[in-house]
Design a protein around this ligand. Structure first.
Ligand code: IPD
Ligand code: CA
Ligand code: CA
Ligand code: CA
Length: 266
């Protein structure tokens, strides 16, 4: 059966708005917070409830579709064959816990490894970034125009300062040089929102030394629709089943950041 991706995007949007209401209702009550891999890697019962919400909807409505999510509600996925939903129930959990602001629901639908539908919903600012492959990218129904390039020295890029002060990874010096050369850096605390901001021309680029597929799967579909690029720091395609470095940006800036700063094997 051929899928109508535009119809499927509408359904994914409806579920996203419903999930956002569950999140907003949860803000009125005390939220139970746990740490995962380290004391700053937070998860709440709301992250798990939202992932379960999507898993239940998808498995009941589309029993032949597959599911990949951050909180492990579904069995581990080993291939991207068929139709796969890649979901981050809350991207920016630290913001959700500390600010009750600046977090997103990220929903991507891939078919045979190709991104078909991408939704990033900034819940508290009520901004829905959405795209269907080949049909343009939008914010709340308003089409985004193909991005304009700025030279690197006039570019504003998103990155997390923690990776530089940490000093323990080999990208420290190239990142320091890049930060010195661009106009400025911003750190919003949600990779999905930051990548969506590149598509919306609010940032010129964004990079991270370590992201998981659910952090970027939806947002990179928006990027393609406005002519931006996404890859690993070495310029390789993003794999979607394993964590990696991620660099996104307007095409010339993306190329320059890799060739002049990051591309050499560290
Ligand atoms: C995190 C956010 C953050 C990024 C981290 C991610 P989470 O996702 O996207 O901006 O720097 O690497 O893990 O855990 O809040 O879904
Ligand atoms: Ca997390
Ligand atoms: Ca995330
Ligand atoms: Ca998350």
């Amino acid at each position: 059966m051929t899928m109508n991706w535009i119809e499927l995007e509408k359904i994914a949007q409806e579920w996203t708005y419903e999930a956002a209401n569950i999140i907003k209702d949860s803000l009125a009550k005390p939220i139970h917070i746990e740490a995962k891999s380290n004391p700053n890697d937070l998860v709440t019962e709301v992250d798990r409830a939202i992932e379960s919400y999507f898993f239940d909807k998808i498995s009941k409505t589309y029993p032949d579709h597959h599911f990949l999510g951050e909180e492990g509600v579904a069995e581990e996925l080993e291939s991207l064959e068929g139709t796969v939903w890649i979901i981050d129930p809350i991207d920016g959990t630290m913001n959700f816990v500390h600010q009750k602001y600046n977090f997103a629901i990220s929903v991507a639908i891939y078919h045979e490894g190709v991104g078909m539908v991408g939704i990033v919903y900034d819940v508290m600012s009520d901004e829905l970034f959405h795209a269907v492959k080949g049909h343009g990218a939008y914010i709340n129904g308003k089409e985004l125009v193909p991005v304009k390039e700025r030279p690197l020295h006039e570019s504003v890029i998103g990155l997390n300062a923690r990776w530089i002060v940490d000093g323990k990874h080999s990208y420290r010096n190239p990142l320091l040089a890049l930060i010195r050369d661009v106009r400025s850096v911003r750190s919003y605390g949600s990779a999905a929102i930051e990548i969506a901001y590149v598509a919306a021309d609010r940032l010129d680029g964004y990079l991270s030394v370590n992201l998981s597929p659910w952090d970027y799967a939806a947002a990179v579909i928006l990027l393609e629709e406005v002519g931006c690029q996404a890859s690993t720091f070495q310029g390789e395609p993003l794999m979607l089943l394993t964590p990696s470095t991620v660099i996104v940006g307007k095409p010339h800036l993306h190329k320059e950041m890799i060739s002049a700063y990051l591309g050499e094997e560290q």
